[in-house]
Ligand binder design. Structure first.
Ligand SMILES: Cc1ncc(COP(=O)(O)O)c(C=O)c1O
Length: 376
């Protein structure tokens, strides 16, 4: 039987190997320090990450979902958002973005995306703004910046809070400003598969708003700014020293690894020429990091056939995401209105391997295997 190369969708073991021996040295140092939470390593990460993103404040948290939730909750504590206020959100995002809104008693208002970029469609966005609209949760999906001057204009015109979901786009840049510093506040995820991935769950909020930063920090500390004094009903969410240490080791390499992702994406965009699928549109500012290619996602109507073909040839793929948030069972009693573009995307979307450790030979093999597929 012919042997085909096995190309994993994402080989986290091999990716983390690339940070040795620095990573193990850091882990050992923390293990021997006796300080596992609320220490100087997470404090250092907050400084490093705020500096990298370009904001005054960074609050390190347990995961990206908490980061989204605590921004929204903080705005409620501050009296800026109230129950039942409407928050605009791209309909094709990961479920956690919706969850964070619904969990605060706010109303997610899904907006259709542009299928060529997978990001929110600005003209559809404008149509959904009404008197109850208070915020826009802008997701930079698959690593691509979703912000634009048009969005800036709409947010200012309607007095909305602009919250970025930067879980997938760390390192992306719009006009010299990094995603995560474009709005009033941003949530980041360092889930292990992300472009900047921890060795477990971790997340953060970045903002230039001191009151918001202080409130988010208190909310993550059970609701208290001081030890054992609680002003509001918060939760418990913090990044531990181990995750912060790992991220401190990895952060200096992030731009280079995003550059490599861009190179691979450009190769895919120029060399994949199958008539059976649609490639994502090339970003306008291709040379800068306007897209950090967390995922390389194509549209293919005969998706099951392509998955089978690639799998037979030893190439692993993933679907992001099989069911859109508005069709999840938990929302079965909510009428979000028709979202045909989102549903078509979810029926046809397929992510092929793209990560900085793919070899030239693997990239060529993936391209050839896709181009040789006859649609069956
Ligand atoms: C777009 C988006 N938002 C939010 C999250 C939630 O982040 P976490 O898994 O760290 O809670 C994720 C991560 O999976 C994500 O991809």
């Amino acid at each position: 039987m012919k042997e085909y190369p096995a190309i994993k969708f994402l080989d986290l073991k091999a990716i983390n190997q690339g940070f040795e021996p620095e990573l193990t040295r850091m882990l050992l140092k923390i293990s021997q320090s006796g300080q596992f939470v609320n220490g100087e390593i997470s404090e250092k990460f907050e400084k490093n990450f705020a500096n990298y993103i370009g904001t005054e404040h960074c609050i390190s948290l347990g995961n990206g979902t908490n980061a989204l939730e605590l921004i929204l909750k903080a705005y409620m504590v501050m009296g800026i958002l109230g129950k039942k206020d409407e928050i605009l959100v791209p309909a094709n995002t990961f479920f956690a973005t919706f969850l964070a809104i619904s969990n605060q008693g706010l109303v997610p208002v899904p907006v259709e995306p542009d299928p060529s970029t997978f990001n929110i469609c600005v003209s559809s966005l404008e149509q959904k703004i009404n008197k109850k609209t208070r915020g826009l949760l802008l997701v930079h999906l698959f690593g691509r910046n979703a912000y634009s001057d048009k969005i800036k204009h709409l947010v200012e015109k309607h007095g909305l809070k602009l919250i970025e979901d930067n879980a997938q786009a760390v390192g992306s840049i719009y006009n010299e400003t990094r995603t995560g510093a474009l709005g009033h506040a941003a949530a980041h995820s360092f889930y292990p598969t992300k472009n900047l991935g921890a060795l477990g769950d971790a997340g953060a909020v970045t903002t230039n708003d001191l009151e918001l930063a202080t409130t988010v920090r208190a909310l993550g500390n059970y609701g208290g700014k001081e030890k054992y004094v609680f002003e509001c009903l918060g939760t418990h969410s913090k990044m531990d020293e181990i995750q912060a240490g790992v991220l401190n080791v990895k952060l200096p390499y992030l731009d280079e690894s995003n550059r490599l992702r861009n190179e691979i994406a450009r190769t895919y965009l120029t060399e994949i020429d199958s008539i059976y699928l649609t490639l994502p549109k090339t970003p306008e500012q291709n040379q800068s990091l306007s897209h950090t290619w967390h995922l390389f996602t194509i549209l293919v109507s005969r998706r099951e056939n392509l998955i089978r073909h690639l799998s037979k040839m030893g190439i692993e793929t993933t679907i992001h995401y099989p069911i859109p948030p508005h069709l999840q069972p938990v929302y079965s009693h909510t009428n979000f209105g028709p979202l045909p573009i989102t549903e078509k995307i979810h029926n046809e979307t397929l992510s092929i391997p793209l990560n900085p450790i793919l070899t030239k030979a693997e990239i060529k093999y993936i391209i050839d295997t896709i181009n040789n597929w006859n649609g069956k």
